[in-house]
Design a protein around this ligand. Structure first.
Ligand code: MSP
Length: 517
């Protein structure tokens, strides 16, 4: 048997200071679609997500809730685990940074950095934002409308003065630039890559990597007064989960370096500058790609707790349906750009693209087969030039989707699938099998055979995006669960004539607003 190629994909680990919102669901959804696609495409996939549980921000939230940090994180982490189930995410592991396996990994990374001479003791005096868990230099700060200094992200900052260990980031500038040059697709999209490169070219300062003024974190080996900076701790999760510090661990050997860390644009610098520098200093390989996606606003406004416009993914699923939400989030906005969430746009896409375009196509074809072909995949006759061209186009779809997903262009993948769906609706209108019923039943059978086969192919490539609906569609064209991988796809896998099909059922219901009905 041929050995499967490994594919390791990660989400950021989520701060447990708050309930999950649509932004969190979005990052993990993108990874889930890729993980599902790669599994169907024959890869050995590891898909990791989890929670980021240390640091001042989480400690403060626990304090505010009046619970000790460990119990607090246990509780909030559960909400993220619930979300992964509710969104039908297929992560293979869920890491929590308060786990023992992770603390051991962090301390080992620290020792490697220390042994390499990249960590020294000093003292930090400067600005810190607890919300961002980030250090800022004076020149990065801006004044808010009251004249108070704030971080460029809008977060409050405070002045810190405390003993601290530093990582010699300044020494890594040239090596990082050389690494970006050698790996032109390490950071995507390319505009983000350019931003990172100019930031690094502007010069790097040594980075404070320990704190002494609070306790909620992983202790620095041999110096209990310090806990590790939460980002050094958090980033390490990506190697903890594949068995580090055991670098001979089967999973480490198979999956490291990771193929893709998916992140939001706000946390790109940590992933594309600090993380490869830490890894190279620790004599470990950097990941192969960091993709930074954009941010959602809600009906034109920044999403924030203080504005009270946070979008709860669980409410969305309740209201619109899971596959509908999954589809909308990846369809609405070119992946990488910022996007605006609006309920009217959601309803338009659900009714126009899922119910009308895709749902009706399946419904029309399958109910005709049910009524006129004995409920079986119909006999096929000779194909016309139009039939051949139609099938050829659909046969080409998988490679278009594969190429798009290889650069995380989810919107292009979906657009190409929907182009073929629309094309199929033209084909059915043009062929008008309902008229052929009387005039030429053999031709009607052929046309319905071709359409059933096309529905099979469309459902196959749609699986990663709308798994439940695509699964139902495949059931209805009689494809067994064993035949849903892509190696079965294409010419080799045409539908078998005569297979008995179940009674068709609607797959994508229209959304009807209760107020309108
Ligand atoms: N804990 C860090 C990540 C550590 S990774 C080693 C963190 N956590 S977070 O919970 O604040 O954010 C996680 C992800 O959610 C980020 O990728 C962020 O971009 C994403 N989003 C948060 N709000 C968002 C939107 N409004 N829109 C889209 N994604 C957003 O950062």
């Amino acid at each position: 048997m041929v050995k499967k190629q490994p594919f390791y994909i990660t989400t950021p680990i989520y701060y447990v200071n708050d309930a999950p919102h649509v932004g969190h669901a979005y990052t993990t959804l993108a990874c889930d679609v890729l993980a599902r696609f790669k599994r169907l495409d024959g890869f050995d996939v590891k898909f990791l997500t989890g929670t980021d549980e240390h640091g001042q921000k989480v400690e403060k939230s626990a304090e505010k809730a009046g619970i000790d940090p460990q119990n607090f994180t246990d509780k909030v982490s559960k909400n993220f685990q619930t979300l992964t189930h509710k969104m039908n995410f297929t992560n293979d592991d869920f890491i929590r940074t308060t786990e023992q396996r992770h603390k051991i990994a962090c301390q080992d990374v620290w020792k490697r950095l220390l042994d390499a001479g990249d960590i020294y003791l000093g003292s930090y005096s400067g600005w810190y934002s607890v919300r961002d868990e980030a250090f800022y230099v004076e020149s990065e700060l801006i004044n808010n409308y009251e004249g108070t200094k704030i971080a460029p992200t809008g977060a409050e900052v405070e002045w810190l003065e405390e003993p601290s260990y530093f990582f010699k980031l300044s020494a890594w500038q040239e090596r990082l630039l050389a690494f970006y040059k050698k790996n032109p697709e390490f950071i995507l999209p390319l505009t983000r890559r350019n931003e990172v490169i100019s930031f690094v070219e502007g010069g790097l300062q040594d980075l404070s990597v320990s704190r002494t003024s609070f306790k909620w974190g992983v202790s620095v080996p041999n110096d209990d007064n310090h806990i590790m900076y939460v980002w050094l701790d958090a980033l390490t999760n990506y190697i903890t989960a594949v068995g580090y510090p055991d670098t001979e661990h089967e999973e480490f050997e198979k999956f490291w370096p990771a193929d893709l860390h998916m992140v939001g644009k706000d946390i790109l610098r940590f992933h594309a500058v600090y993380w490869p520098a830490f890894l190279m200093a620790a004599n470990l390989e950097p990941p192969k790609r960091i993709f930074a996606h954009g941010w959602w606003t809600n009906e034109g406004e920044k999403i924030s707790k203080s504005l009270g416009n946070v979008i709860d993914p669980l409410e969305l699923i309740e209201t619109y349906g899971l596959d509908q939400v999954r589809y909308f989030l990846l369809r609405e906005v070119p992946f990488g750009n910022d996007g605006d969430f609006s309920r009217s746009a959601m309803v338009r896409r659900i009714n126009g693209e899922l119910a009308n375009d895709f749902g009706n196509l399946a419904q029309r074809v399958l109910s005709m087969i049910n009524k006129n072909c004995n409920g079986q995949v119909p006999e096929k006759g000779i194909f016309t030039k139009e039939d051949e061209d139609f099938l050829d186009r659909v046969d080409g779809l998988l490679s278009i989707v594969r190429e798009a997903l290889d650069i995380q262009a989810f919107h292009i993948a979906l657009e190409s699938i929907w182009t073929e769906i629309r094309n199929s609706n033209h084909y059915i209108d043009h062929q008008a099998p309902w008229t052929l019923k009387k005039e030429n039943p053999d031709r009607m059978n052929t046309v319905l055979y071709i359409l059933a086969e096309v529905i099979r192919q469309l459902a196959m490539v749609a699986q990663p995006f709308v798994p439940e609906a695509a699964g139902k569609m495949l059931d209805q064209v009689g494809v067994s669960e064993l035949n849903r991988n892509f190696n079965q796809y294409g010419l080799k896998g045409r539908l078998n004539v005569g297979v008995k099909l179940p009674k068709p059922q609607g797959i994508f219901p229209r959304y009807v607003d209760e107020l309108d009905s």
